[in-house]
Design a protein around this ligand. Structure first.
Ligand SMILES: [Zn+2]
Length: 461
C-alpha cells in the first residue's frame, strides 16, 4: 500500500481512500506572467510521477491544477509593457502547457482559472465576514488570523516566530501582522469585479480554497505544491477553511526546491533558466530523470552538467529498448517471472515508501545492466523478460524509450499515411495502418506536437 508523507502531521502514513473512491489531488499551479522555469518543471514532474504511480496502483485519481490568471505580477507586467493583463496571462499559459506537454506531464483533469471562479470567491469572502473571521479596510477585505488557534501549523512554528523573519508590508489597518488580503479593492486601470463588500479582485490565497473545495469537495485527499508555498500560501488556504468550518485537505505534500548552481530557482531572483532553454538543448526526458533521482522532498541541484549527464544515461534506456525490439517475438515470455517479477516488486516497494524514486531507479538501472548481461550471454528469454520489466518500470515513471536514430523510412511512411487518413476522417484506414505499425513493433503516440512512433517493447496487457 502506498505510504505518503503529510506535512501537517509530519508522518508517513498509508494512503487509504475509501474503496472505490476517487483520490482528489489539488496542486497549486502557475501564476501566468512569464515562461516556466526548471523549478516549475520539477513541481509538475513530481506530481506527475505521484499521479502515474497512484494510477498504476489501481487508484482512480482526479488531478486539479489551477491557473492564477489575475495577480499583481500579471498586472505589473501588463502596465510595464502597455498590454492587457488578459493577453499576458493567455500567452504565459500557452507557454506553460507547451513546456509541460514536452516534459511528458499528464494534463490535469481540470485546470480552473481564477477569473472563472470569482462568484464562488465573493461568496467565500462574504461568509468569512459574516463569521467575523474577516474585516474590511480601505484597501480591501483582510482575513483575521487570530481566529485560527493553530495558525502556523504547516510551518510548525508559532505566528510570532514565523513573522520575526518575514517581511510584512506595513498596513496600519491590519489587526495582526499575519493577516492577509482576501479581496483587494479596485484600483484604476486594474481588472475588478463587483462584490457586496466593494468592487475589487480576489487575493491569491482565496482562489485555491474556492476551487479545491468547489471541484474536489470537502476532505479531499491530497494538496500539493512547491515547498516555497508552505508559508504563507498553504497556511492561509488552510486558515480560511478552518474559519469556514469546512474539512480541507487530508494530507499536504510539497516538492523540494530546485537550485541551479546553488541558487534558488525563483523568478524573483531573476536567475532562472526557462524550460524552453532546457528543452531546446536537451532531451525532454533528462529533467524527469534528474527529478526522479532525488527524493521529491529533498532540495535538488540541477545544473547544466547534471542535465547533460542524465541525457547520456537516457541513451542506455533507448539502447535496451532497441535491443528488445530486435529480439524474435518467440523469445517474449507471456508473464513476468523470476528476476523480472522480483524487480517489479522492488520497484513497487520503493515507490510505495513515500515515492522513493531514487531507490526505484537504482533497482531499474541494476536490472538494466543485468538484462544486458543476460542478452550478451545469449539468454533471450531471461534477458528479454528482465529487460521488459525494466522498460515497464521506467515507463511508469514516465521515462519512455525512443528509438535511437528514429523509426525506419517504411514505418515513417506508414505513420504519414495514417495521419493523412485520420485528418481526412477515414478512421478505418487510420486504425488499420496503426495496427500494421503495431505488428512491426511501433506504437503510435498522438501528442500536441503531432504523432510520433515509439518502439513498442511492453507485452500486450
Ligand atoms: Zn494554491
Amino acid at each position: 500500500m502506498l505510504r505518503l508523507y503529510d506535512l501537517a502531521s509530519e508522518q508517513v502514513a498509508p494512503l487509504a481512500p475509501t474503496p472505490g473512491a476517487t483520490v482528489g489531488l489539488y496542486v497549486c499551479g502557475p501564476t501566468v506572467y512569464g515562461p516556466p522555469h526548471l523549478g516549475h518543471g520539477r513541481l509538475v514532474l513530481v506530481f506527475d510521477v505521484l499521479r502515474r504511480w497512484m494510477q498504476a496502483r489501481g487508484l482512480s485519481v482526479r488531478h486539479v491544477e489551477n491557473i492564477t490568471d489575475v495577480d499583481d505580477k500579471i498586472i505589473d507586467r501588463a502596465m510595464r509593457e502597455h498590454r492587457r493583463p488578459e493577453e499576458i496571462a493567455e500567452e504565459a499559459e500557452a507557454q506553460w502547457w507547451a513546456a509541460m506537454d514536452r516534459l511528458g506531464a499528464l494534463r490535469p483533469h481540470e485546470s480552473p482559472h481564477a477569473t472563472d471562479w470569482i462568484a464562488e470567491m465573493v461568496e467565500l469572502v462574504a461568509k468569512l465576514l459574516e463569521r467575523q473571521a474577516a474585516y474590511a479596510t480601505s484597501d480591501g477585505v483582510y482575513f483575521d488570523t487570530r481566529v485560527v488557534a493553530d495558525y502556523g501549523l504547516l510551518k510548525h512554528q508559532d505566528v510570532e516566530r514565523l513573522l520575526a523573519g518575514a517581511r510584512v508590508a506595513p498596513n496600519e489597518e491590519k489587526r495582526a501582522p499575519a493577516d492577509f488580503a482576501l479581496w483587494k479593492a479596485a484600483k484604476p486601470g486594474e481588472p475588478s469585479w463587483e462584490a457586496p463588500f466593494g468592487a475589487g479582485r480576489p487575493g491569491w490565497h482565496t482562489e485555491c480554497v474556492a476551487m479545491s473545495l468547489g471541484i474536489l469537495g470537502e476532505g479531499f485527499e491530497l494538496h500539493g505544491g512547491g515547498a516555497d508555498l508552505i508559508f504563507p500560501h498553504h497556511e492561509n488556504e488552510r486558515a480560511q477553511a478552518v474559519a469556514l468550518g469546512r474539512p480541507f485537505a487530508r494530507r499536504w505534500l510539497h516538492s523540494g526546491l530546485l537550485t541551479v548552481e546553488q541558487e534558488k530557482m525563483s523568478k524573483s531572483l531573476n536567475n532562472y533558466v526557462t524550460l524552453d532553454d532546457l528543452l531546446a538543448a536537451e532531451d525532454a526526458r533528462a529533467l524527469r530523470l534528474v527529478v526522479c533521482r532525488a527524493h521529491y522532498r529533498s532540495p535538488l541541484e540541477a545544473g547544466a552538467d547534471v542535465i547533460a549527464q542524465a541525457s547520456a544515461t537516457l541513451e542506455r534506456i533507448d539502447a535496451l529498448a532497441q535491443r528488445l525490439g530486435e529480439l524474435p517475438s518467440a523469445a517474449v515470455p507471456p508473464a513476468a517471472v523470476g528476476e523480472a517479477a522480483a524487480l517489479g516488486e522492488r520497484v513497487a516497494e520503493a515507490m510505495d515508501d513515500d515515492l522513493d524514486t531514487p531507490s526505484a531507479l537504482g533497482a531499474l538501472f541494476s536490472g538494466l545492466r543485468r538484462a544486458n548481461a543476460l542478452l550478451d550471454a545469449g539468454d533471450h528469454v531471461g534477458g528479454g523478460a528482465l529487460g521488459r520489466a525494466v522498460i515497464e518500470g521506467l515507463e511508469i515513471l514516465g521515462l519512455v524509450p525512443v528509438a535511437p536514430g528514429g523509426a525506419d523510412a517504411e514505418a515513417e511512411a506508414l505513420l504519414a499515411a495514417r495521419d493523412a487518413a485520420r485528418a481526412g476522417g477515414d478512421y478505418a484506414t487510420a486504425d488499420r495502418l496503426r495496427d500494421e505499425l503495431a505488428a512491426r513493433g511501433w506504437r503510435v503516440e498522438d501528442g500536441p506536437a503531432g504523432s510520433r512512433l515509439r518502439r513498442d517493447v511492453a507485452p500486450a496487457r
